[in-house]
Design a protein around this ligand. Structure first.
Ligand SMILES: Cc1cc2nc3c(=O)[nH]c(=O)nc-3n(C[C@H](O)[C@H](O)[C@H](O)COP(=O)(O)OP(=O)(O)OC[C@H]3O[C@@H](n4cnc5c(N)ncnc54)[C@H](O)[C@@H]3O)c2cc1C
Length: 384
């Protein structure tokens, strides 16, 4: 059986891994010069390949029950076991994220994986862009020619719309539309949020990190580190709250700077201090918030221990909009689940599967994104 795979991201490479294991002749076409560019970007600042957790807990992080069901067929434990098979050992970090052991760089994982595939006979063609497909043929443009290739099975792993310089620029969406395949419009996910905060404040304090704060939006809550930027806020808890913020952007983000103290305890500390300024220092309130209290509060509010205590426990930030999709870590939106069967085949093109971020699902960072890419690649190629 001849299996063609388009795109050389992690979802496609996992599909190639399974397809070749099942005895298929596999050829991968990738429009960039090299494979896995976004995979390498993901490895830049701590490479969480997946996350620990029981299946029920793990699957609860996904937006759609369909993707949770896919994860069940190739779980976080399966991924760790498979990585071991290709001699990549992992460890669980204190936060539950699963990383390759120290010293193993993302480029080494990718190279090891690609070599393993090549040794099994998988062929790679780079600078090769998918222009069109029918039920049994693809049209591929390389530097010099446009050619048609027939397939018994086609896997499309074309990525979403964030970080387009890595190759995932979602140009495939218009092609899908011409074929009446429903694609839910992409929106930024795991993205920073533009906020209504004074420009001079953002300029002065961009880069400051609020550690161990609790951030809430509507009914969603997360503890972690929030980073102040020149446009607003970002960081893992903000990414976690993205779906809630997207659902109602007019509701403010609330930050609790002292989650281990009650309002009354804060009032008592402020009252015992020589003055409010000393009290705020004693409480180790971050400098930007001390500046905020001094610069933007009326004298009456600044000297009210109750007012300050409330502000420390629930500092309100008004979100305005999401950062542009190009900057986002991932996207929500993609090929609608209405178009797919349980093996991720397109219902109207039964020889074609789609995998990875091009499908309509969402999850927070922390290893959940890559896990879903690996799991979709596995599930799509398993029956080929
Ligand atoms: C800054 C950043 C940090 C991240 N950190 C993490 C993390 O720590 N943990 C985690 O789990 N996830 C992380 N991710 C997300 C993770 O990288 C993605 O979920 C994953 O790479 C998506 O895999 P994919 O195979 O679906 O698509 P992609 O990796 O986007 O690959 C799609 C491929 O298809 C190719 N392509 C597109 N169109 C065509 C065409 N017409 N013809 C031929 N080829 C085409 C593209 O060039 C690309 O190589 C991060 C992402 C970013 C941007």
């Amino acid at each position: 059986m001849k299996t063609i795979i388009i795109g050389a991201g992690p979802a496609s490479l996992m599909a190639a891994t399974q397809a070749v294991k099942n005895g298929n002749e596999v050829i991968v076409f990738e429009k960039m010069k090299t494979a896995g560019r976004k995979f390498l970007v993901a490895g830049d600042g701590g490479f969480n390949l997946t996350h620990e957790g029981s299946l029920d807990d793990f699957s609860s992080y996904y937006s759609h029950p369909q993707i949770a069901n896919i994860i069940r067929q190739f779980t976080n434990d399966d991924l760790v076991a498979w990585l071991k098979e290709i001699e990549i050992d992992t460890y669980v970090g204190s936060s539950g994220k699963i990383f390759p052991v120290k010293g193993i760089k993302p480029a080494f994982i990718l190279k090891t994986w690609l070599n393993a595939l090549k040794n099994k006979g998988v062929k790679f063609v780079f600078n090769a862009t998918l222009l069109d497909f029918s039920s049994d043929e693809v049209v591929i443009k390389t530097n010099t020619v446009i050619e048609k290739y027939r397939f018994d099975h086609l896997v499309l792993g074309l990525g979403a719309a964030s970080w387009p310089k890595t190759g995932s620029d979602a140009t495939w969406v218009s092609l899908f539309k011409t074929k009446q395949i429903e694609v839910i419009p992409f929106q930024p996910s795991n993205a920073g949020i533009n906020c209504l905060l004074p420009a001079e404040f953002l300029q002065k304090f961009q880069g400051e990190v609020f550690k161990n704060v609790i951030v809430s939006h509507q009914t969603s809550t997360r503890k972690g580190e929030v980073v102040l930027t020149n446009y607003g806020v970002e960081g893992a808890p903000i990414y976690y709250l993205n779906p809630s913020i997207r659902s109602n952007i007019s509701v403010p983000i609330v930050i609790d700077f002292k989650p281990d103290f009650s309002e009354n305890e804060i009032v008592a500390i402020l009252k015992n201090a020589a003055n409010i300024s000393e009290g705020l220092k004693k409480l180790k309130i971050p400098n930007p918030i001390i500046f905020w209290c001094k610069s933007y509060l009326t004298k009456e509010n600044y000297t009210s221990t109750h007012y300050i205590s409330k502000l420390i426990k629930s500092f309100l930030i008004k979100p305005i909009s999401f950062r542009p999709i190009e900057e986002a870590i991932s996207c929500c939106g993609g090929v609608s689940w209405n178009e797919l069967n349980e093996n991720l085949r397109l219902i109207n093109y039964p020889k074609i599967s789609v995998v990875g971020e091009m499908i309509d699902w969402d999850a927070p960072t922390g290893g959940y994104l890559l896990q879903a890419c690996f799991s979709t690649g596995f599930v799509a190629a398993q029956p080929i």
